[in-house]
Write a protein that binds this ligand. Structure first.
Ligand SMILES: O=C(O)c1ccccc1NCC(=O)[C@H](O)[C@H](O)COP(=O)(O)O
Length: 267
């Protein structure tokens, strides 16, 4: 596929080199052996749907140290403590950045966060290759992210199939109508609408407001990026959004439990 000259294209080009390096060290056969010792996935989509059925906003609280748009977000960074603090505030699921070069993340962050709580965890990374699906399951991910703008339809379908065969859920991410229509061809019910344009970094909640209305009612809509306040959550709930993926605005607060309560209006 043709990748434009933008930050997402650069991240994906670097990611392909990283995958090739890592594949040379750890084979799929070795990852399959590791998977045998890992707990079964926790049901990421189920947790979100149960929250929605109970009338609660499905907060996916993100553990993210740095980002291309935000620079260094949190110097003092303890993934296990952050996971416990998010769970105490009422998060339904966690999202953990595992990309190192651009987000200062690590698979170790995911393992530490997941071991500290009972919440299901999304591996937040740029998944381009089947090898990463095995790697995700081996590190304990309950759900993986597929970004439509980084994948062809064939790639998205085969990556989804493999993730499902390994019992993980799939969150598919879109930013415009064309990507949404392509994403609806996948089996997953979890549709993430990213308010951040990953080419320009411009972020507006209007993206969710425009796209959520065209999403069929059987899909579970998750608004991602740029969500800062309880008013933002209320605004998005008006357009049938049930899930909220929030990172930076929580991670910049010293007391993340209090920050989650404020966001959810439960403080
Ligand atoms: O956050 C970035 O700068 C970024 C840059 C390039 C690709 C992806 C990026 N972010 C990934 C995300 O989607 C966010 O981490 C997630 O939606 C949470 O967003 P926020 O609440 O704004 O931290």
């Amino acid at each position: 596929m043709v990748i434009e000259d933008d930050i997402l294209a650069k991240i994906c080009a670097d990611k392909r080199l990283e995958i090739a390096r890592r594949q040379a060290v750890t084979s799929i056969e070795e990852l399959k052996r590791q998977i045998k010792d890992v707990e079964k996935p926790r049901g990421f989509g189920r947790a979100l749907m149960d929250a929605a059925a109970a009338g609660r906003p499905g907060l996916i609280a993100e553990i993210k140290k740095a980002s291309p748009s935000g620079g260094m977000i949190r110097e003092h960074f303890d993934p296990a403590a952050l996971a416990r603090a998010y769970a105490a505030g009422g998060a339904v699921c966690l999202s953990v950045l595992t990309d190192q070069p651009y987000f200062d993340g690590s698979p170790e962050h995911l393992k530490a966060a997941r071991a500290a709580v009972k919440l299901p965890v999304l591996r937040k990374d740029f998944i381009l290759d089947p090898w990463q699906i095995y790697e995700s399951r081996a590190m304990g991910a309950d759900c993986i992210l597929l970004i439509m703008s980084a994948l062809t339809d064939d790639e998205a379908h085969s990556l989804e199939e493999l993730a499902r065969a390994l019992d993980m859920d799939v969150l598919v991410e879109v930013h415009d109508e064309a990507e949404l229509q392509r994403a609806l061809g996948l089996q997953t019910l979890l549709i993430g609408i990213n308010n951040r344009n990953l080419k320009t970094m411009v972020t507006t909640l209007e993206t969710t407001e425009k796209l959520s209305c065209t999403c069929p009612p059987d899909r579970f809509v998750i608004s991602e990026s740029g969500i800062k306040t309880h008013e933002d959550v209320l605004r998005l709930r008006k357009v049938c959004v049930s899930g909220f993926l929030v990172g930076e605005s929580l991670m910049r607060r010293a007391d993340v439990t209090a920050a989650v309560h404020e966001l959810l209006g439960t403080g």
